[in-house]
Write a protein that binds this ligand. Structure first.
Ligand SMILES: N[C@@H](CCC[C@H](N)C(=O)O)C(=O)O
Length: 279
């Protein structure tokens, strides 16, 4: 069998790490099995998401996203900053438009290795998350643990182009996040699965967040998860519309602009190394 190689750039955004492939000239369509093998941190390159930069007729590029489990998904907030930075460096510009399966987004320089991405309007109707039944997404009817003493309950539900629920809790240890996140990810209330946030509101402009990501597990940061947490917290009056979200790998500033209803995310990008994938 012929062995293919593809050059890659390994990047991370606040610790959420990616293999980024330039597919502008040559298409890149790995199988789910290949992705899972490449994502393995013991035997493969190791990553949370695999990203391909593809041509677009309406934007500077199209960003395709696969989770570590091989599933193709709509978008990835931290990868948008990384891809935005690569495209801005290549074009010598300060702003680019990146199309995704969740729609177009803009990325702009915001300082040294800092990028702001306009994530658009949060989608707050239950049909948009999506949920499998009608509910008020400020706090949906879902709980984890004993019926009369739940450990987690009434999360906010938000789509940032991909589905999120956000529990407000100060229980954020690895075991708890992994155990309850993996249960909720596949709950029948979420026909497309869900990313599960555990948000501890520190004050009106700081949230400590951990996220169990659909298809990737516990990551050091989830950009869309940080946007969803900020939106869910502000909707309940727990924070202002702008807050710093502290994740395991750094800080993301999330600003839900009242004038446009758009969510702006600012945070770091880092290039770790380059290499070549063989499969
Ligand atoms: N790491 C991400 C989100 C990646 C996709 C997510 N796991 C999903 O399945 O929707 C981010 O930074 O937003």
């Amino acid at each position: 069998m012929a062995c293919m190689t593809r050059p890659f750039i390994k990047m991370n955004g606040a610790g959420n790490d990616f293999i980024v492939i330039d597919a502008l000239e040559t298409p890149f369509r790995p199988t789910e099995d290949q992705i899972r093998a490449l994502a393995d941190r013991a035997t493969g390159e190791g990553f949370d998401q695999l990203i391909a930069i593809e041509p677009s007729e309406t934007a500077d590029a199209f960003m395709r996203v696969w989770n570590a489990d091989g599933s193709m998904v709509e978008t990835c907030g931290n990868a948008l900053r990384c891809v935005g930075w690569l495209l801005m460096e290549a074009k010598g510009s300060n702003r680019v438009v990146i199309d995704t399966a969740a729609g177009p987004t803009t990325a702009a320089r915001a300082g040294d290795h800092q990028v702001t991405v306009d994530m658009g309007k949060p989608r707050l109707d239950w049909t948009q998350v999506p949920l499998s039944e009608a509910m008020d997404t400020r706090g949906i009817e879902l709980q984890v643990g004993p019926i009369d003493a739940p450990l987690l309950h009434t999360p906010g539900a938000v789509s940032m182009g991909n589905p999120h629920v956000v529990f407000f809790t100060d229980r954020q240890d690895d075991g708890f996040v992994t155990g309850s996140g993996s249960l909720v990810e596949h709950h029948p209330l979420f026909p497309e699965g869900v990313n599960v946030g555990f948000a501890h509101v520190l004050d009106r402009d700081h949230i400590r967040l951990r996220v169990w990501e659909r298809g990737a597990g516990l990551t050091k940061a989830c950009g869309t998860g940080a946007c969803a947490a900020q939106v869910a917290a502000a909707r309940r009056g727990l924070t202002d519309r702008k807050a710093t979200v502290v994740v395991d790998g750094g800080e993301l500033v999330i600003d839900w602009d009242p004038a446009t209803d758009h969510v702006l995310m600012t945070g770091p990008v880092e290039i770790e190394r380059t290499g070549a994938l063989s499969f």
